[in-house]
Design a protein. Structure first.
Length: 220
């Protein structure tokens, strides 16, 4: 995913948070930072749209690893204490490749999409587009005009949007949320990051419990 106005630490956090194996090894301090940096360097560069120095990635990994340390004076207050949560179920996830559409075709498609349902979320990745929207017949018909349409749909989803106040440090939010959900046996289907919010995509069966778990982190 090409992250808009993102930094190397932003890209590193997203890559690690979305890879459960790497994430768990990092929490257990079982990661060789340089080896991991070499492994994820191509992905970081794809996220940011340009070359990134390997040492810069190593430093970002080290700082992210340091954020896992459970310091009592920090953990007295939840990272989510001032966050705002919203839960939406009945979500349809749509993924289509950049090879399927040119930029003009994509713009035209999304204009038609907006006429059916203006309340959607659009994410531009390195090699594909992702859309989260209400599961409506009109949306399915629109994408049904393209070959293998059903392969583009992910159904039975819900999303939790986490909005962090601008004055609050957001660096630990992604790892904190992933850790809280993982410790309660909930694995998100996907996660998308921007400068002011995180969108967690889950199976509908897990959504209500995940919401209550995260909500309890805000009010405690």
């Amino acid at each position: 995913m090409r992250l808009v106005n993102a930094s190397v630490p932003d890209a590193v956090r997203e890559i690690i948070t979305q890879n459960r194996s790497i994430y768990d090894c990092m929490k257990m301090d079982l990661i060789n930072y340089t080896a991991l940096a070499v492994k994820i360097q191509p992905v970081v560069e794809k996220h940011l749209g340009g070359q990134v120095n390997l040492n810069t990635i190593v430093v970002a990994i080290k700082r992210y690893s340091d954020s896992f340390e459970q310091k009592d004076e920090v953990k007295k207050e939840s990272v989510l204490k001032n966050a705002r949560l919203s839960l939406t179920d009945g979500i349809l996830g749509i993924k289509f490749s950049t090879d399927d559409f040119g930029s003009e075709d994509t713009a035209s498609l999304m204009n038609k999409f907006s006429e059916i349902n203006p309340d959607y979320e659009f994410f531009r990745l390195a090699d594909s587009f992702r859309v989260l929207t209400e599961d409506l017949a009109g949306i399915r018909e629109l994408f049904g005009a393209f070959g293998n349409a059903e392969d583009k749909f992910s159904t039975g989803l819900a999303k939790i949007k986490i909005l962090i106040p601008p004055e609050q440090d957001r660096n630990d939010v992604a790892s904190y949320v992933a850790g809280v959900l993982h410790s309660n046996g909930i694995e998100p289907a996907n996660a998308f990051f921007s400068q002011d919010n995180i969108t967690i995509v889950l199976n509908e069966k897990d959504a209500s419990r995940a919401y209550e778990i995260l909500r309890s982190e805000i009010v405690r």
